[in-house]
Design a protein around this ligand. Structure first.
Ligand code: ADP
Ligand code: MG
Length: 251
């Protein structure tokens, strides 16, 4: 099994943000999580990236219980993420923002201190080549030397995703990638998320409110409502699900 939530429950003092959520995600597709505001969508991603720890249940990724993995090891496990509110280093160049993503994903151990000059140099070259590849795959290679904070919002969002891709993740987590984008940019985003899936062989789990985008690119969709998983299925199944229409789509 690629990814599995097994009866995951998470409480914030009185509030139950996730109520025994169980679902599985297969490798290779685009899996969307939808639902009203406050349903627990970001909380699910935050559990996956070990920002939050559920009180009950397990999350298994490639057979390993992620809840036993230290938060700073998540990237090395093959999980990359973007954030709902981008946290780019605004004074740094696009290239340097991605290099930070790369170095954070490297497994560190006591012996890495002993890597010689030559190895460090070749690793640096490898990192810069990867930056170029990732920027090209996102169509933003021409911005590589520009200061991130000065770029249009849509480009900054791509830089944020690019940073998450630097660790060559097997699983990419996107929290509302289309938020703040116009219709054209959203359509373009759909194309490049599909491209990322193909070109980088990355499985994508994304939270998204734009239903056109969700329905057009997702292989499967999970619907959350008040911390409960109320449906999982293909776009066609989800569109016709009575409970989903009542809780979310009918709004
Ligand atoms: P969504 O992303 O679906 O809009 P969230 O996962 O952000 O929803 O939030 C689910 C619920 O948990 C909300 O009621 C939210 O207020 C609450 N919540 C999220 N994070 C925290 C936190 N760090 N402390 C307390 N409550 C939180
Ligand atoms: Mg959210």
């Amino acid at each position: 099994m690629f990814l599995e939530f097994d009866e995951v429950t998470l409480r914030f003092s009185g509030l139950v943000a996730l109520k025994g959520v169980s679902l599985t995600v297969n490798e290779g597709g685009i899996f969307a999580i939808i639902g009203p505001n406050g349903a627990g969508k970001s909380t699910m991603l935050n559990c996956l990236s070990r920002i939050y720890t559920p009180q009950q249940g397990a999350i298994r990724f490639l057979g390993e219980n992620l809840l036993r993995v230290a938060p700073d090891r998540i990237k090395a496990c093959g999980i990359g993420r973007s954030f709902q509110n981008m946290e780019l280093f605004s004074k740094m160049t696009v290239e340097d923002n991605l290099l930070v993503g790369y170095h954070c994903a490297l497994p560190s151990n006591p012996f890495s201190e002993a890597v010689g000059w030559y190895k460090a140099r070749s690793r640096e070259r490898e990192a810069r080549e990867r930056v170029q590849r990732v920027l090209e795959s996102l169509g933003i290679a021409s911005y590589s030397r520009q200061t991130a904070g000065n770029l249009p919002y849509g480009i900054q969002k791509k830089v944020d995703v690019g940073r998450a891709l630097m660790g060559d993740p097997r699983l990419l987590l996107l929290d509302e990638p289309a938020a703040g984008l116009n219709e054209l940019e959203t359509e373009e985003l759909g194309h490049w998320i599909s491209d990322i899936k193909r070109a980088m062989k990355t499985t994508v789990v994304m939270i998204e409110h734009d239903m056109n985008l969700v329905m057009s690119i997702s292989d499967r969709i999970a619907v959350l409502d008040f911390g409960e998983l109320i449906a999982v299925g293909t776009p066609v199944e989800i569109r016709q699900d009575e409970r989903v229409i009542r809780a979310y789509l009918g709004q």
